[in-house]
Ligand binder design. Sequence first.
Ligand code: SF4
Length: 315
Amino acid sequence: MSAGRAPLRTERHAQEGGVERILRLTHRCNQRCGFCFVPADGWKADPAAVEAELDRLAPELGADGVLTLSGGEPLVYPGLAGLLASARRRGISRFVLQTNGVGLDRPGLAERLIALGVVGFDVSFHSHLPRVYDRLTGTRGQHARAMSALSRLFACGAQVSAVVVITSLNYRSLPGWAGFLGRLAKGARPAPRLGFTMLNGAGLARAPELGVDLAAVEPYLRRAAARAAREGLIVPRSSGECDLPPCLAESPAEFASEDDLPQGLVRYADDVRGGMGGAGRAKRTACRRCPHDAKCLGVPAEYARMFGLGALHAA
Ligand code: SF4
């Protein structure tokens, strides 16, 4: 796919206080996560197309809306700061950056982005252990840079959501990850968020060796959530296709989405290991009786094929 010919990817989400739109600026990235679902085709958005998209989005987002900039890695998109300034001229004033954070170790960059209206940084940080981080991101030597970027964001008073994708390589170290981030963020305000996510269907298809049975994950997840709470960190509610089913948490009601989620792709079954065809989502038939059914997307069908649905605590 060549630069400028691909359509821009925008997705609409409900967001507290207004609409959120996600704008993918590029498929390029400075990391090579084996589970990543973004195609490695080098695509980047044509600047003129971005300007036209900003024109289109401005009335929809209004003053309260949030424009989330994603990729690939949005920090490798040339002219990111100029894009923010251009959006501001159209009245879009609140931005979130979905990033691996590595480029934010550059002195002054985080401060500049915040001054331009970036109100949140969703930072993928898949392990506090450098060896595991390197394996999951296909990089060497970036762990220290990502840590430095996180420290810089905490020092700036930025709203940070550190996000871990749970895999076969890092699930046992989740409690340590939460403790590590708690120490790194000590005293930070606002309190950082820790997002626990799972591989989606595309990620599992691409890197099945990184998949892990959620029944094995659960005890580590619960210890990690408890550790996060002791450190004063916030674990957000489950609300999207990469989030974990709330029944894995100690108090599911606290982690279920506040809103009903679209159930159109969900199939209810009891034994789907190896047999469930197509994409989509899966739940147990007993999930229909779960008080969180409407607010839960279950698990990817690909996960159900690999591990079954025994980890879901349907009544
Ligand atoms: S609907 Fe099923 S998967 Fe979702 S929280 Fe309830 S028991 Fe778990």
